[in-house]
Design a binder for this molecule. Structure first.
Ligand code: HSE
Length: 414
């Protein structure tokens, strides 16, 4: 590990770049393109001290020659060791790595605090949307009640394309990968893990409490069927993968799930790879920001913003932390889709099961008949645990032709 002192303030800022994938290559390009602007804004020029990839560069050498480290290699190991080593050597670090922060944030933030250097990560959440600095700085001492949003560009792109032109899932996913939206392992996008990591980061910032990926409950879009999208269209609803972090009875709840949004919801019009995040609090009301949430250059642009802030000597507000418990069971309304035998008494049996579990039905329609019959209903809000128990009991009804399908519904502005 390097013990050398950082270079003097009149010399160019030497930046060590870890990773030259989609975002790393874009950052390199942007640094060259915007170098003059960085110098004008900060009074210091910037240079790349070296790049570490799988086939080139030596980490110790790059660290020794750098004043600041930009980590865009992804993954959690050996990335975690490199970032810790950089912080402990007194180098500020900028990263776009949400999984690293969501899984090892406690250790990394403690190392940064101990070394008295910054760990910045605007690009880790919603790419270019400045949500991290808004929560950290503008709302640093405000009471935040809830943060929610569409924080995965790949899934929003997939859902948008599937709904708009009935495009097949695999084709749209391949397109998202080609456009550089998807993670190296796109299963993190579609299973909700990417959005969950981002919500863990936002919850940590908003509520000043440690939140790890293992405290976020998440589901992805893998189980969404084409006819769910067709129903959404027919009913004037949008299907989105939503992340919510909110205060709930003395604790917080952090979740990611696909859900139907009513047409007037502020997040309903968010299309394609765009992200949007809404922050609510009693003093400031509601703020929504939207913009490109994925893509190499968009992410690199947020990274460069962090680099400039560090060189300019700007630091986020420091807020004392408290540990808030995670509240696992919260209320929600649901869309419930049941493929049923078209016989007398089936609806009554289903209603009895729902009633026995305190699940109240708001609307119900039958679609199709005979072997095609299905009941599509929307419930009033009920505790998720009660709804899950009701679904378990419904699955036992012999007249059901397939396992019940359900999706969260948000009918009013959250
Ligand atoms: N794979 C991510 C997304 C990229 O689709 O949103 C930005 O984190």
């Amino acid at each position: 590990m390097s013990e050398e002192a950082p270079p003097g303030k009149s010399a160019p800022v030497q930046i060590g770049l870890l990773g030259r994938g989609n975002v790393g290559a874009a950052f390199e390009e942007l640094l060259a393109e915007r170098g003059e602007a960085v110098a004008a804004a900060t009074g210091r020029r910037v240079e790349l001290a070296g790049v570490l990839t799988r086939s080139e560069g030596d980490f110790e050498q790059i660290l020794a020659g750098s004043e600041l480290i930009v980590e865009l290699m992804g993954g959690t190991e050996p990335t975690r060791e490199y970032v810790l080593a950089a912080l402990r050597a007194g180098r500020p670090v900028v990263t776009a790595n949400k999984q690293l922060l969501a899984q090892h944030g406690a250790e990394l933030f403690a190392a940064a605090r101990e070394a008295g250097v910054q760990l910045r990560f605007e690009a880790a959440v919603a790419a270019v949307i400045p949500i991290v600095r808004t929560i950290q700085e503008s709302f640093g001492v405000a009471e935040v009640a809830r943060v929610f949003g569409i924080v995965n560009g790949t899934t929003n792109f997939i859902l948008t394309e599937m709904a708009a032109r009935g495009a097949p899932y695999d084709e749209v996913l391949a397109e998202a990968q080609r456009l550089g939206y998807a993670e190296a392992d796109p299963s993190e996008d579609v299973n909700g893990a990417d959005a969950a990591a981002k919500m863990a980061i936002l919850a940590r910032l908003a509520f000043h409490t440690p939140v790890g990926l293992d405290q976020v409950s998440f589901e992805g879009i893998e189980a969404i069927a084409p006819d769910d999208l067709a129903y959404a269209k027919e009913l004037g609803l949008s299907l989105k993968l939503l992340g919510i972090a909110e205060r709930r009875s003395g604790g917080i709840s952090v979740r990611v799930f696909p859900c139907f949004l009513y047409g007037g919801h502020p997040l309903a019009p968010i299309q394609g790879s765009f992200n949007a995040v809404t922050v609510q609090g009693p003093a400031f009301g509601e703020v929504t920001m939207s913009g490109p949430g994925a893509g190499g250059m968009q992410t690199a642009s947020a990274v460069l913003g962090d680099v400039v802030s560090i060189i300019a000597g700007e630091a986020p507000v420091h807020v004392t932390r408290a540990e808030l418990p995670i509240v696992a069971d919260v209320p929600s309304a649901f869309y419930l889709h049941l493929e049923v035998a078209d016989q007398p008494g089936v609806l009554a049996r289903i209603a009895t099961v729902l009633g026995d579990h305190d699940v109240s039905v708001k609307s119900v329609v039958q679609r199709g008949s005979g072997d095609e019959a299905r009941l599509v209903m929307v419930t009033h809000e009920c505790l998720e645990s009660r709804f899950a128990a009701a679904v378990g009991a419904l699955a036992e009804i012999p007249e059901l032709r397939a396992a019940p399908r359900y999706i969260h519904v948000i009918e009013g502005a959250e």
